[in-house]
Design a protein around this ligand. Structure first.
Ligand code: BQZ
Ligand code: CA
Length: 698
């Protein structure tokens, strides 16, 4: 083609493209659709499904047993009463028929590695113990849901735990619960309804206190009240009739009472302490904090290890009368979450809930070796991440003018459509790990779970052009021509838009996902700046609204729906990840959010199966069509457990109603005598015994 014509031609061609592309852009605006089906991925190992009563019951046995050394060193010497007096009248009795490898033997230790760090032992006031099973293992809650992964669907209902039974009133507005009778804290002090009421009144209801995992009064329904009838009977009163949903809320994460005899004297209502002093009064160095769990914190060395020793008052036995746990110790090495996978595969640690896909290929390779010390089993796709835009324009988190302007944008539907369309989720997943693991996740309920309905799931497909068109509709333009879209003229002086994205720096996966969001948004002219914080600071910033956007690994409500149901929508002033009340207590919900709240409340108020399915379809459409939040990716985790352990339930998931450390029922695990390597750090010792740990610090 002659030069002139060629040049003209090129310019003409470009002009044509431009005009075409403009008109194309309108025509090319990709329409919302439904998500592609996740690539096939079969979970390894399937549970043996049983009924609740196949697992355990509460009853008195003719005789009880304990490790011989406890008798010799502590009972015969008068330091402890006989084991029968250390157990409740009717202990929780695990049936041998549900123990995969039968009645166990005492001894050995489970060695965990965690990436968190203990702040102290006041879980009720929101102190973290470093996660990774530390809190789950020391806290016992009214009900228990972790092991429900192996309960038949038709019998699915929260397991009795500290509450050994309950009945509903005729009209369904009252629930009477019977607590285990005669159980004791690990220091021998009786567990009673006083512990329950202190937790409820002075830690959940008291607006100045927020328990770890964020339980608030509305977690149990608007207007719900609780009272003690006597030492072992409590009575809930609900606005709705038969809201059985709340029995799930009474499990780990929302209703795990601490020892009132330790914490009540420290609470501002009963002392001259401030709330801050109450929260931080019990340091990690304070050992032998009384627990109801199977092991007691007995030794702590900062950045090194927490050692927990068997609880001599633990209130669970096997049906041969052996007091549990079988394992004498549990260790938590204070390292990183990535190291947990590495050490579990290498055999220098005993367990990991492998959840960071960056480690999958190497872990699979190592575990494939027949001589590998640990078993590695992938489960279903129950791990998922979501980008939550802060939807509060009501002052939550005291935003400065820039943050406020970003929140106004977050509340703009076209803006959210632009953000979600700018994300190439396929490449986001593949950047974490190649292979069949990750799936495109638009947000809302996870594909492959009970209440998921593809037809109700709206997916805005990846298209940079469509994203740009939505940003234009949202009133954003690059007014100074530097390639970065600017705030609307009447906000922030029309300067370049700048959004911060908060992520948990303790996880490589969280950082990688945030970096991917930053890169994909930059391609369409939106400047996003990383704001990475380590776990404790991250949790504090996220729960107090100090963010524009936040990347969160989702909780169990999007997997099981019946667990943590309240958190599916802003059903209370302090419940939703990205939308809480402002200083005046008011919520400024967008219309679709109000509808989501109504749907979630309706779901909680009914146990009609068909209605619940329809409500969750409505929920899924409201969430995904209105882009309540922006799903990123969904993938399976892998359970890694050292091969020497027996009684590991088949198909134990790393995360479902709860985490693996609850699901596997560690109190029933044992190591056959001939396989015990002798990893105990304090053989034949109990918490508080001389020479262990730093000793109790008042
Ligand atoms: C599992 C879990 C047990 C919390 C925590 C941690 C906190 C969050 C979340 C996970 C860790 C492990 O997760 O990553 O595999 O062992 O502890 O509690 O991410 O920062 O606040 O919700 O559970
Ligand atoms: Ca600009």
């Amino acid at each position: 083609m002659p030069k002139t014509t060629r040049t003209l031609g090129l310019i003409g061609y470009a002009a044509l493209l431009l005009s075409a592309s403009t008109s194309l852009t309108e025509a090319q605006l990709l329409e919302p659709t439904t998500p592609p089906d996740p690539p096939k991925f079969d979970a390894q190992g399937t549970p043996t499904f049983v009924g609740v009563t196949d697992m355990f019951e509460y009853r008195a046995l003719p005789e009880y047993h304990e490790p011989a050394w406890v008798t010799e060193k502590f009972v015969v010497t008068g330091k402890l009463p006989p084991v029968a007096e250390r157990l409740p009248r009717e202990p929780l009795v695990y049936k041998a028929s549900n123990l995969p490898d039968g009645i166990g033997v005492y001894g050995d230790v489970m060695r965990h590695v965690i990436g968190g760090r203990p702040e102290g032992w006041n879980y009720m006031a929101g102190q973290s113990q470093g996660w990774g099973g530390t809190d789950i293992g020391t806290m016992e809650c009214l009900t228990r849901t972790g092991p429900l992964f192996q309960v038949k669907a038709e019998e699915l209902e929260p397991l009795p735990n500290l509450a050994k039974g309950w009945e509903w009133s005729e009209d369904g507005h009252q629930l009477t619960m019977h607590l285990i009778e005669g159980a004791k804290w690990s220091d021998g002090v009786p567990f009673t309804s006083e512990d329950v009421m202190f937790y409820w009144e002075d830690n959940v209801v008291d607006p100045n206190v927020t328990p770890l995992n964020g339980a608030s009064p509305e977690s149990f329904g608007e207007g719900t009240t609780l009272r003690a009838i006597d030492d072992y009977t409590i009575e809930w009163t609900f606005r709705d009739a038969f809201p059985k949903q709340y029995l799930y809320q009474m499990a780990y994460g929302n209703f795990c009472p601490g020892p009132a005899h330790i914490f009540k004297p420290l609470h501002p209502k009963y002392s001259s302490n401030t709330y801050d002093q109450y929260k931080n009064a019990i340091k990690p160095e304070y050992l032998n904090i009384p627990v109801m769990g199977a092991w007691v914190p007995a030794e702590y060395r900062a950045d090194d290890i927490i050692v927990m020793l068997r609880n001599p008052y633990y209130w669970k036995v096997d049906d041969a009368g052996n007091q549990l746990p079988y394992l004498d110790e549990v260790h938590y090495r204070l390292s990183t979450w990535a190291d947990r996978d590495v050490q579990a595969v290498a055999g220098t640690a005993d367990n990991s809930a492998m959840e960071q896909p960056e480690n999958y290929v190497e872990a699979l390779k190592r575990a494939a070796d027949p001589s590998a010390p640990s078993r590695l089993q992938f489960g279903a796709r129950t791990i998922g991440y979501t980008l939550y835009p802060n939807l509060s324009a009501n002052g939550w988190g005291e935003p400065d003018s820039r943050r406020q302007a970003v929140r106004e944008l977050n509340r703009n539907f076209d803006f959210r459509k632009g953000v979600t369309s700018a994300l190439d989720r396929q490449s986001i997943g593949e950047a974490l790990v190649k292979g069949p693991f990750t799936a495109i996740y638009p947000g809302g309920l996870y594909a492959g779970t009970t209440f998921y309905d593809k037809a109700s799931t709206v997916y805005y497909p990846y298209s940079a052009e469509t994203a740009e068109a939505y940003f234009t509709r949202a009133g954003l333009a690059d007014t100074d021509g530097d390639g970065i879209l600017n705030f609307p003229a009447d906000q922030e002086g029309g300067r370049n838009l700048e959004i911060t994205i908060l992520a948990n720096a303790d996880y490589q996966t969280d950082k990688n996902l945030a970096e991917a969001v930053i890169a994909h948004l930059e391609r369409v002219g939106i400047r996003v700046v990383a704001n990475f914080m380590t776990g404790t600071q991250f949790n504090a910033a996220q729960s107090s609204g100090q963010f524009d956007w936040v990347v969160i690994r989702n909780g169990s409500e999007l997997v099981a729906v019946v667990q943590n149901t309240a958190s599916l929508a802003p059903t209370g002033p302090r419940i939703a990840a990205q939308h809480q009340a402002g200083p005046d207590g008011s919520m400024d919900l967008l219309p679709f959010e109000t509808e989501m709240v109504e749907v979630v409340n309706a779901f909680t108020a009914t146990d009609d199966a068909a209605e619940r399915i329809a409500l969750m379809q409505r929920y899924q459409r409201l969430y995904t069509e209105n882009i309540y939040a922006i799903g990123l990716t969904q993938y399976p985790g892998a359970e890694i457990i050292n091969k020497r352990f027996a009684n590991v339930p088949a198909g134990v998931p790393i995360f479902m109603f709860n985490w693996d450390v609850d699901n596997m029922m560690r109190e029933r695990l044992f190591v056959p005598a001939d396989k015990q390597p002798g990893y105990e750090l304090h053989p034949q010792s109990l918490p508080g015994a001389p020479g262990i740990g730093n000793g109790p610090v008042s």
